[in-house]
Ligand binder design. Structure first.
Ligand SMILES: *[C@@H]1O[C@H](CO)[C@@H](O)[C@H](O)[C@H]1NC(C)=O
Ligand SMILES: *[C@@H]1O[C@H](CO)[C@@H](O)[C@H](O)[C@H]1NC(C)=O
Ligand SMILES: *[C@@H]1O[C@H](CO)[C@@H](O)[C@H](O)[C@H]1NC(C)=O
Ligand SMILES: *[C@@H]1O[C@H](CO)[C@@H](O)[C@H](O)[C@H]1NC(C)=O
Ligand SMILES: *[C@@H]1O[C@H](CO)[C@@H](O)[C@H](O)[C@H]1NC(C)=O
Length: 577
């Protein structure tokens, strides 16, 4: 292998990575839909993912399949044996989605090795587990005896937490000669009852009436709620209060402080004295989500509870004005809540691969998703990593990103990277979240052992050789790889007789092998000069060296730290010629 060649399986890995990328881009356009009824027992079978995703038997397990919901919720789980998709908990549609219908929870099935995503969605279907409920067991209504037939009287509505056909559908009233009830739609889609006067009332004949109002939902079988309406017939109070507008509208930012004024409503009553004095009240006082209060005298509506745009985007509030004689009028107020950038973006790490191999481009290091609970501009997100690092962020399906290497990494120049992923939204002020990951680069045997010199010259004195093993010098070799790839196994490739007459110098080739698979090698020349000294007769020196069998060994143990000396030991055997 030359210094620049890559290990033999590199091309396969590279191809595999390209294919993974293609899969990553192709998958995700379609999403698999599952549906369950709310309140289904945990552990219930939802789907055979192996079949639905068209995978091989056992592939889900082999590829470390995960189910990823937004915000790390785990509504579903994979059966540890069969890898069937199961319910992980009882789901309450009303809690998960409130009045939003359909109630759809998006999730991803993530496979590693190779990385692949599948988009999926779980629809939680409603069951009729709630009955309509009136705010009170009894309602009081005061009506003047001079009221003409055809006049409408809005009544308090019932609430049903179910949706669609399981939600509240209609109102009926016990049969009586004076009134019938109609079901009306409110601007927020809820249905309220209105009493219609069919036949004039006469206080002297019947001062009080009692009716039963029933709210019905459309479930099968339907559920119902009832309330009693007590009607008091009043003597001469000619006029009921009338609001200046039938409908008011207001907009407030969600971070408005408690007690802040939202709007002032006003109603007029043409009567004099107490019959003309108006006091204000919220019509549906019971409304649990109601964060407003009204001043009974001034009609000022103020904030009583903090708002959260992420929970409710608008409110429909009914306001009642009542005069001293008990007659009342009604108006509606629609309050739109405006989003404020009050949620920091969130990052959910689905997969982090570390260490990653060096020398390969486009390695997927991490897969993560980002989200922001705000809306509009406040929800738009940009994701970044430090420009100076050799990593790129690539948007993938939906709100997923992958972090990939930009070009091949070299472990020998940097073996560890601290990467900060910054997620920023585009709201004002901008909010950001940071996520730090550490990625290490694993070694590939791409460096051969290198000797510190290309040639070493070692000198040995001819008469200085009583022992069979003679330490005559040191050479050193280093390998900049890591682990086994950096272990050095020295080896000598010369083992022959030396005839000083012909060859007064001995040239050995010393090879260093590393422990990689396959190993790489480095070589150096070791020149051994046998020095003649002048204390003997020249003939003796020559005859001493005339036939010298020489071999050399180096230490048998591998050297794995960079720069450790390799000691060369020469065993010299002498033969008298
Ligand atoms: C799921 O489907 C696969 C492929 O059709 C099948 O081999 C496997 O037996 C099924 N699993 C169960 C638990 O039925
Ligand atoms: C009320 O809304 C429903 C659909 O939500 C519609 O079918 C019905 O006709 C509406 N009724 C009135 C009186 O507008
Ligand atoms: C609401 O948020 C906006 C924008 O961040 C800010 O300018 C304003 O002062 C906040 N209002 C209150 C009452 O905190
Ligand atoms: C990465 O962070 C760790 C812990 O903060 C630190 O010890 C290490 O030196 C950092 N590495 C680099 C390459 O900056
Ligand atoms: C992430 O790293 C940056 C810079 O290295 C540091 O300022 C920040 O505090 C770290 N954040 C976390 C959550 O550790």
């Amino acid at each position: 292998y030359s210094e620049t060649s890559l290990p033999p399986n590199t091309e396969h890995i590279y191809l595999a990575i390209l294919i993974i990328w293609m899969i990553l881009w192709e998958v995700g356009s379609e999403s698999i839909q599952y549906s369950v009824l709310e309140e289904t027992e945990s552990g219930t079978f939802v789907a055979n993912l192996t079949k639905d995703l068209g995978l091989r038997r056992g592939e889900l397990a082999a590829r470390g399949a995960q189910v990823v919901f937004k915000g790390n919720r785990q509504h579903l789980q994979l059966d540890p044996q069969t890898y069937d998709l199961l319910l992980n908990e009882k789901l309450d549609r009303e809690e998960l989605c409130g009045s939003t219908e359909p109630c759809v929870l998006h999730f991803q099935v993530l496979l590693e090795n190779p990385l692949q995503f599948f988009q999926a969605a779980l629809r939680v279907r409603d069951i009729n587990d709630h009955a309509p409920e009136f705010p009170a067991r009894e309602m009081l209504l005061k009506i003047s005896e001079i009221t003409t037939p055809g006049k409408l009287f809005p009544l308090k509505m019932a609430q049903d937490l179910d949706v669609g056909s399981n939600g509240l559908q209609s109102y009926i009233i016990s049969s009586n000669p004076h009134f019938h009830v109609v079901t009306r739609n409110r601007s927020d889609g809820r249905k309220f009852p209105e009493l219609v006067l069919d036949k004039g009332l006469d206080r002297e004949e019947q001062p009080e009436l009692r009716l039963t109002l029933i709210a019905l939902d459309g479930g099968s079988p339907p559920r119902s709620g009832t309330t009693e309406i007590q009607i008091l017939v009043l003597d001469i109070n000619d006029n009921a209060p009338e609001f200046a507008q039938e409908q008011y509208e207001a907009q407030i930012p969600e971070n408005n402080s408690l007690g802040s004024l939202i709007i002032t409503v006003s109603a007029r009553d043409l009567d004099a004295g107490s019959f003309g004095e108006v006091s204000y009240a919220l019509f549906q006082v019971d409304d649990i989500n109601q964060p407003f209060e009204i001043n009974a005298i001034t009609g000022e509506i103020r904030l009583r509870k903090a708002l959260d745009f992420e929970e409710f985007q608008s409110y429909h509030v009914d306001i009642e004005a009542t005069d001293g004689g008990g007659l009342s009028g009604k108006c509606s107020l629609v309050i739109k809540v405006l989003d404020i950038n009050d949620n920091t973006p969130e990052l959910t790490m689905s997969s982090l691969i570390s260490p990653i191999p060096e020398n390969l481009p486009d390695i997927i290091v991490a897969v993560f998703s980002v989200s922001d609970a705000d809306s509009g501009q406040n929800q738009q997100i940009v994701c970044s990593v430090d420009d100076n690092l050799p990593f790129l962020l690539k948007p993938s399906v939906e709100n997923f990103y992958t972090l990939v290497t930009e070009g091949a990494l070299d472990r020998e120049s940097q073996a560890e990277y601290n990467i900060t992923i910054t997620v920023t939204d585009l709201g004002t002020p901008r909010l950001k979240t940071q996520h730090n990951i550490t990625v290490t680069v694993s070694d590939v045997n791409d460096n051969a052992p290198a000797f510190s010199q290309t040639t070493y010259t070692l000198r040995v004195r001819e008469n200085n050789s009583p022992a069979p093993a003679l330490h005559i010098g040191s050479v050193s070799a280093t390998d900049s790889d890591a682990g086994a790839n950096a272990q050095i196994y020295p080896e000598l490739v010369l083992d022959r007789a030396l005839d000083h007459e012909e060859e007064p110098e001995l040239t050995l080739t010393l090879i260093a092998l590393d422990g990689g698979s396959p190993p790489r090698t480095g070589t150096t020349l070791v020149l051994i000069k046998v020095l003649d000294i002048n204390d003997n007769a020249p003939e003796f020196a020559q005859s001493f060296l005339c036939c010298c069998y020489c071999y050399a060994v180096v230490g048998k143990e591998p050297y794995n730290a960079v720069g450790i000396d390799v000691t060369v030991l020469f065993f010299l055997k002498y033969y008298i010629c």
